[in-house]
Design a binder for this molecule. Sequence first.
Ligand SMILES: Cc1cc2nc3c(=O)[nH]c(=O)nc-3n(C[C@H](O)[C@H](O)[C@H](O)COP(=O)(O)OP(=O)(O)OC[C@H]3O[C@@H](n4cnc5c(N)ncnc54)[C@H](O)[C@@H]3O)c2cc1C
Length: 407
Amino acid sequence: MKKIKLFFLRYSGQTRLMWYFTKEEWLLAESTRAFAQEQLAPQIEHLDETESFNTQAFQALGELGLLGITVPEDDGGAGLGAVAATLVMEELAAVDASTTLSYLAHSILCANQIGANANPEQKKKFLPDLISGKKIGGMGMSEPGAGSDALGMITRADRRLDGTYLINGSKTWITNGPNGDLFYCYAKTGPGRKDVSTFVIEKSMPGFSTGKKFKKMGMRASPTGELWFSDVVVPESHRIGTEGSSIKAMMKNLDIERITISGISLGIARSCIETATRYARERKQFGVPIGSFQQIQERLTEASAWYEACRALTYQAAKTWDLGLMTGKEASMMAAKAKLQSAQMATQVALDAIQILGGYGYTREFPVERQMRDAKLIEIGAGTNEVLRLIIARQMLGDVADELMPS
Ligand SMILES: Cc1cc2nc3c(=O)[nH]c(=O)nc-3n(C[C@H](O)[C@H](O)[C@H](O)COP(=O)(O)OP(=O)(O)OC[C@H]3O[C@@H](n4cnc5c(N)ncnc54)[C@H](O)[C@@H]3O)c2cc1C
């Protein structure tokens, strides 16, 4: 009989058999866990307090080869899939969710998209610096008047007689906006909602500027800000794909974003469960550990069961993505379900952890206060809970629900 190597996830006094990962994926998870403890844990409280970015850790992620995790090996990346990327997100986010969010914007929203959609010359030009960490990447889709309704964007790229484009408009809420060097940006090249094209914008381009850095409730070590375009001249060689045909690639990227960002929710939740379980064993009231009270047990057990359900759903979505077993609206629905549940789960689990820790939970003595602030973002970014429900309803109900959200 063939000998199978088994992998285990150990948390909160429990051991889970991780039968669905390859050896490569699980070793990656273990080395990422060690990296997060060494490079992220000592910094995160200070970075959260001062709202600053962990440049050093980002460079180290480049040295580990994780910045181009899903970029094909032929293009200089690690050539791994959504399962591996989600595992990395989970392990990093268990320690520091906000650096993980910046890592996601760089690796999944920018480098992955260039690897998937650019031509060979463009890949040669843009990918090496992104993969090494010399340049930080981001993605510009959302605008002040176009969030959930992304196709309502009004930033325009007008083609000129010499073949270059003139871009005018603005983007907002852009992760790595204030600290990024290169942005994968969408703009309208025609009058229709679907006339969307993609351009790689470099920070040094005349007329391009980044606006103020937002002060946020959570994800504070991940800089978020605006991008401004004022008569930015962009050569045709910076346009990714053919003109006006970016919608499909944009939507496909939202799917892998929703799967991998669910890894951030999983990491936050697991860490909160571990903190709360330890505390429930140690903290005594009325002469006994608070973990002996049934109301505390209820919170812990529900949290653990919900986390594991979301974990199964998320890695199922990731594996399905990697195998290419689902496409189009089916794939979008699966990604939407994983994120809808994982994001809500993480917020609730973090709130429950705070409650279990009582007064200490409400202070910065323990990480659960920060983790609750970080968890909430994932119910908003990459598609709000409401928009994800619309995507699921559209697939379940067909025409009946289609009218709810113009595509
Ligand atoms: C920290 C952070 C980082 C981000 N990073 C990026 C990034 O890197 N790149 C990028 O392009 N964008 C980014 N975003 C933008 C993010 O994707 C948007 O915030 C999100 O899509 C929601 O858009 P909005 O904020 O404009 O809210 P709105 O669309 O104005 O929604 C407001 C409320 O109305 C609800 N709503 C809207 N439409 C419907 C509907 N049809 N039915 C029911 N309810 C509805 C929403 O669910 C929400 O509750 C980021 C956002 C944040 C906060």
